[in-house]
Write a protein that binds this ligand. Structure first.
Ligand code: BYC
Length: 470
């Protein structure tokens, strides 16, 4: 087990005390981070005691400590997974060479860009979720929101460490910029599209943690394959934390479905208007939220045909998630038939890796849907939730801006525009969802639109006071 030094200003398992220059640089950045957290993190909850887990080792067993903390005093730190002895590059043209402990000069700017893009999403998500605490459906959910937020903050630390440790002055400047761009800011927005979308209600929060955090899982898995060993080790540990974020999404949506099914039974009706009148989320409305967040997250994989992804793979910077499961790790000979708007094209495999990843991501997304649909089927309700086609509502790549319906068919542009709000939430749908969002803070109590979770956090009861507000 790699112990983490907690006595230092910045908890770490990278022996920061023996690199005074790096330590000083990070200690200089730390108050800027805390100021950012104060201004852009969860609003108005700085005095609350929150039952949070904190990383205390990178060991798979028992890596986390649970306890009540004030969020501004959370011990954000730098934790890399243990090194793999004599690790080799696992894919690309340099396959089999020793993994890199330093950044090769020729890949410096590309690698920095990848790290900055990854780093940018972390504080962006905290900014997007800043106001959600005011409308939490329960203390249990409020605690989960804050757990996700502090860990996204820690993921920012993870990328900032790499920038400071390996990219000199440019890296330090990028670390400052990560705190200067803001989600949705007209002048300095976050880099990737989805991270500029507002998350102003909890249904969006669950969809975001289900779909967008899952993109995080896929991107982190592919960066965990990187030949640049410090990046690989950093991402491996981040994945441990990421699992809980997707759990929050999957169980959150599952609890919404459960409550809706109860309300259908209570009212004896499947009519969406009656379900809404009874204060729950009708299933067609949930489907629109799934369509919105899934399609937005699909853009995060980039274009179907991408010379960036080809170069990143060939040079060993970014692999495929679970690279070892594939037979061919060089991909110089392979091609793939890709359906494009103008017809099927045969494309070198190296150039379609974004699409390969997007397809395996969609398969992973199906898992939750199966579970939710099973509950719907068991309740005897004739409705099934589905994922939209990866061509629907795209703003990046070959299908960007094309009028494609959620099943993936190109349709007439006027018909598309007319029907769009049958497929994604309209203003009035959003207004309805917002009307449900009232803060519930009595331990164990839930808002009327969501069922309680099956169990509490860390073997505690569901009615444990996970956040002490005063
Ligand atoms: N929005 O060849 P292309 C997470 C840009 S989520 C805006 O199509 P490429 C988390 C692209 O940057 C995971 N711009 O794609 C989740 C490029 O611009 P430049 C985040 C976009 O480069 C929840 C140009 O279009 N991690 O961790 O192969 C909460 C052409 O690019 C978008 C990463 O993304 C977009 N959607 O792949 C908290 C990993 N898509 O460079 C956290 C690091 C593309 O020519 N990033 N563009 O100016 C990457 O690996 C790649 O940058 C991408 C794009 C996968 C995003």
């Amino acid at each position: 087990m790699s112990g983490i030094t907690y006595s230092e200003k910045i908890p770490n398992n990278v022996d920061l005390a023996n690199d005074r220059t790096l330590q000083r640089a990070l200690e200089h950045w730390q108050p800027h981070f805390l100021q950012w957290w104060h201004e852009m993190g969860p609003s108005d909850f700085e005095a609350a005691h929150v039952y949070l887990r904190t990383a205390i080792s990178v060991d798979a067993q028992g890596w986390a400590h649970y306890g009540a903390v004030h969020m501004p005093e959370y011990r954000w730190g730098i934790f890399l997974a243990d090194p793999v002895a004599e690790r080799k590059v696992g894919f690309g043209d340099a396959m089999g060479a020793p993994a890199w402990q330093q950044v090769p000069g020729e890949y410096r700017s590309t690698l920095r860009r990848l790290i900055v893009t990854q780093g940018d999403t972390e504080p962006a998500s905290v900014e997007q979720q800043r106001l959600l605490g005011h409308s939490c459906p329960s203390l249990y959910d409020l605690r989960n929101l804050f757990q996700v937020n502090v860990e996204e903050g820690r993921h920012l630390w993870a990328m900032v460490y790499l920038l400071h440790a390996h990219f000199g002055r440019d890296g330090r400047e990028e670390a400052e910029e990560l705190l200067a761009r803001h989600s949705g800011d007209a002048d300095k927005p976050r880099i990737l599209t989805t991270f500029n979308e507002p998350i102003s209600d909890w249904l969006s929060f669950y969809c975001f943690t289900y779909f967008t955090d899952r993109d995080g899982k896929y991107q982190l898995k592919s960066l965990a394959e990187s030949a640049f060993d410090p990046l690989s080790r950093t991402c491996r540990f981040m994945l441990t934390e990421e699992a809980h974020h997707m759990f929050v999404g999957e169980t959150g949506i599952g609890r919404v479905v459960k409550r809706t099914l109860e309300v259908m039974k209570e009212t004896g009706s499947e009519n969406p208007a009656r379900i809404r009148a009874a204060g729950a989320v009708d299933l067609p409305l949930l489907q629109k939220y799934l369509n919105f967040w899934c399609s937005s997250s699909l853009d995060l994989f980039g274009s179907e045909i991408s010379s960036n992804s080809a170069a990143n793979f060939a040079s060993g910077l970014k692999g495929r998630p679970d690279e070892s499961q594939y037979d061919d790790h060089v991909l110089r000979e392979k091609t793939l038939d890709l359906v494009m708007p103008e017809g099927t094209q045969n494309v070198p495999m190296l150039n379609v890796l974004n699409e390969v990843m997007r397809e395996s991501y969609l398969k992973d997304c199906e898992i939750g849907l199966k579970r939710w649909n099973r509950a719907i089927e068991r309740a005897g309700v004739d409705f099934r939730l589905t994922l939209p086609s990866s061509r629907f509502r795209r703003s990046i790549g070959a299908w960007a801006g094309l009028p494609v319906d959620p099943r993936g068919n190109l349709v007439d542009k006027t018909a598309f525009e007319k029907q769009l709000f049958d497929w994604i939430p309209s203003e009035s749908d959003r207004a309805f969802v917002h009307s449900l969002m009232h803060k519930v803070t009595e331990p164990g109590k839930m808002a009327a639109w969501i069922a309680p979770p099956e169990r509490g956090i860390n073997n505690l009861a569901v009615d444990y006071e996970y956040v002490k507000l005063h």
